[in-house]
Design a protein around this ligand. Structure first.
Ligand code: NAD
Ligand code: TYD
Length: 356
């Protein structure tokens, strides 16, 4: 049975990865269908990210719907109105630090919201098997690694933050809907993304903007924590590959094969910013401050993405130093976007938690 792929419901499409994905999809010649973007526009959702798409395809092949995935009636109505045959589920509360200060939203959106969406899909699709529910998840569900090894699809779940625990729960629900009801579903667990349109509370955009604005660069703990970084476009490519070729009921790990200690990454970023501004690198590195560590801070993430490489032919393609440089340039050149984002609740929250 081939997949329909005519009417794709993208949840959370106004956020960082979702909006990058919609840009990516609009450039895919093999896709001729419609995109329905359902997003309730939390602090992290910014429809401005999709202004060009709205201009080009709005009301024809692109439809933005302000809706909450926790609202069953709205979700059911969307499935029926747009004859949805594919769901790519990005919507989530996504920031670990926020989950520490206020976990409830994470439980409500990531667990109850995913459950509500799964129910809507099950009720709407019934026995159809040309449909697909693709769930976007994180490598953080696997917990923290020691110095060696990498997460594979068989690694047991050991989430350590309210964020990762809520994502782990949502992954289990998706799997259970496949096993119990036969809902055609796939899951991907991806490492840390970076690139344009990322809300500047996450490490890379926060460090870029602080460096450009002459502010301190707050590194948590001893700065030796390790993350695997993937350019967001490579993640989008992995998701589209899975949606087209992934096997129902399967999980795919996605990563950049690109591990960095936080402190080394911040130093690289300082060098790149200094190359762009012509100021000395020390001017930026002198602003590095080791600040109080995040509670339950996972030490190391690393992804073994051998399965998606071997079975579906995907691989990361963006070289990190190049991708990081392009990201710095993007933030430097998009000050209206940055200012708009900063006028929102972002500023208040970041001031309170990072500079207070
Ligand atoms: P983001 O916070 O930038 O965007 C989330 C989007 O979801 C926003 O547009 C927000 O308005 C929307 N949203 C939140 N709650 C909603 C609700 N109840 N109903 C409808 N819309 C809602 O997040 P992101 O970084 O783009 O992450 C997208 C997905 O990818 C998440 O599921 C996240 O867990 C996963 N992921 C992220 C990363 C990363 O590095 N950012 C890595 C791996 C996986
Ligand atoms: P983050 O971007 O929040 O992603 P995640 O927690 O999902 O991995 O953080 C990436 C790493 O950077 C993580 O080890 C925490 C660290 N970090 C800092 O050192 N300083 C900061 O200001 C932030 C936001 C993160």
């Amino acid at each position: 049975m081939t997949r329909a792929l005519n009417n794709i419901l993208i949840t959370g499409g106004a956020g960082f990865i979702g909006s990058n994905f919609i840009h990516y999809l609009s450039g895919q010649k093999d896709f001729q269908g419609r995109i329905i973007n359902a997003d309730c526009l939390t602090y992290a959702g910014n429809p401005e990210n999709l202004a060009e798409i709205e201009e080009k395809w709005g009301g024809k092949r692109y439809f933005f719907v302000k809706a909450n995935i926790r609202d069953h009636a709205s979700m059911k109505a969307l499935f029926s109105k747009y004859n949805i045959d594919t769901v790519i589920h990005f919507a989530a509360e996504s920031h670990v630090d926020r989950s520490i200060y206020g976990p409830k939203e994470f439980i409500d959106t990531n667990i109850i919201g995913t459950f509500t969406l799964l129910e809507s899909a099950r009720e709407s699709w019934k026995e159809r098997d040309d449909v697909l529910f693709h769930h976007i998840s994180t490598d953080e569900v696997f917990g923290s690694l020691g110095e060696k090894g990498a997460f594979s699809e068989e690694t047991p779940y050991r989430p350590n933050s309210p964020y990762s625990a809520s994502k782990a729960s949502s992954d289990h629900l998706v799997r259970a809907y496949f096993m119990t009801y036969g809902l055609p579903a796939t899951i991907s667990n991806c490492s840390n993304n970076y690139g344009p349109y990322q809300f500047p509370e996450k490490m890379i955009p926060l460090m870029i903007l602080n460096a450009l604005e002459g502010k301190d660069l707050p590194v948590y703990g001893d700065g030796q924590n390790i993350r695997d970084w993937l350019y967001v476009r490579d993640h989008c490519d992995a998701v589209w590959t899975i949606v087209n070729k992934g096997k129902k009921g399967e999980t795919y790990n996605v990563g950049g094969e690109n591990e960095w200690k936080n402190i080394d990454l911040v130093r690289l970023l300082c060098r790149q910013v200094s190359d762009l501004t012509g100021r000395s690198s020390d001017e930026y590195t002198d602003r590095i401050r080791f600040v109080k560590d995040r509670p339950g801070h996972d030490r190391r993430y690393a992804i073994n993405c051998g399965k998606i490489k071997k079975e579906l032919g995907w691989k990361p393609s963006c070289h990190f130093e190049q991708g990081l440089l392009e990201t710095i340039v993007w933030y430097r050149d998009h000050s209206p976007w940055v200012n708009n984002v900063k006028n929102g609740s972002y500023k208040e929250w970041v001031e309170k938690h990072y500079h207070g």
